[in-house]
Design a protein around this ligand. Structure first.
Ligand code: MG
Length: 261
């Protein structure tokens, strides 16, 4: 019985070897080793939320030097206190002085513990991954209190507003800090304005994957069908939403530029 089993195994192994591609039988491990280009060394932060050595810090808790008002590019008028940036709804949206194409973004935000309102009128803000003009022009990743707050699901926290529902709801309670970690692959355009490659978004909310390589249909629209509009590089914008609920806050915002897609 044992001899018979061994014989069966041997004949099976011979059959397997005989169909194995000849080149792989003759190859060496070194044939598939790649030694260049050597990746640049990046020193990580003390924690995974802290900016790594190649990050551009957009807000470190001290000032708004990296930001301007979207409406007229004047100094940003949101409130900085105790290491935290709080929306000034009357001052309108703010955006970075710098413009970006593709990047990795980290940001932290907090719905206040005394939040009021419901649906879209409860802690509404947003991060526009590319600000392509005044007001809310651009591509919005929604910020909202979505902790036990019913709204249309393609408008809840973590949605790519009116284009992509988050995979799950990873929301923490009001009063607690939330994180967004986002990979934005910027759209690219031909000289005639037509789209060469569309925009893609991958996002984590509090470390949980909520958007996985989502292809966007175009810029965010409140009403109507999204469409692309040619741009080369764009600021990152934070939304001062007009709802009457208490203002939300941000901290620890940094970005790492990525090579063109
Ligand atoms: Mg919003």
């Amino acid at each position: 019985m044992q001899i018979s089993t061994a014989a069966t195994f041997c004949s099976a192994a011979i059959v397997a070897l005989s169909v194995w591609p000849l080149a792989q039988q003759r190859g060496r491990p070194q044939d598939t080793e790649v030694w260049e280009p050597v990746p640049a060394v990046v020193t990580p932060g003390a924690t995974d939320s802290a900016p790594p050595s190649d990050a551009i810090v957009l807000f470190d808790g001290t000032n708004l030097d990296q930001w301007v008002s979207t409406a007229d590019k004047s100094a940003a008028q949101w409130t900085v206190a105790n290491g935290v940036l709080t929306v000034n709804k009357r001052a309108g949206n703010i955006e970075t002085k710098r413009s970006f194409t593709s990047y990795q973004l980290h940001m932290e935000w907090r719905i206040p513990g005394n939040i009021t309102g419901a649906d879209q009128a409860r802690g509404n803000s947003g991060v526009f991954l590319a600000s392509t003009g005044r007001g809310d022009a651009g591509y919005e990743l929604q910020i909202l209190d979505s902790y036990n707050n019913k709204t249309y699901v393609n408008g809840q926290a973590g949605s790519l507003y009116k284009q992509a529902i988050p995979l799950v709801n990873a929301m923490r309670k009001p009063g607690e800090w939330q994180t967004y970690d986002v990979v934005w692959i910027a759209p690219r355009f031909n000289d005639d304005g037509s789209v060469r490659t569309r925009a893609y978004v991958t996002a984590f909310h509090n470390g949980v994957l909520i958007q996985h390589h989502v292809e966007l249909k175009g810029e965010t629209l409140y009403i109507g069908t999204p469409a692309y509009k040619k741009y080369d590089a764009a600021p990152i914008k934070l939304q001062a939403h007009g709802d009457p609920s208490p203002a939300i806050s941000f901290r620890n915002i940094w970005v790492r530029e990525l090579p063109p897609s």
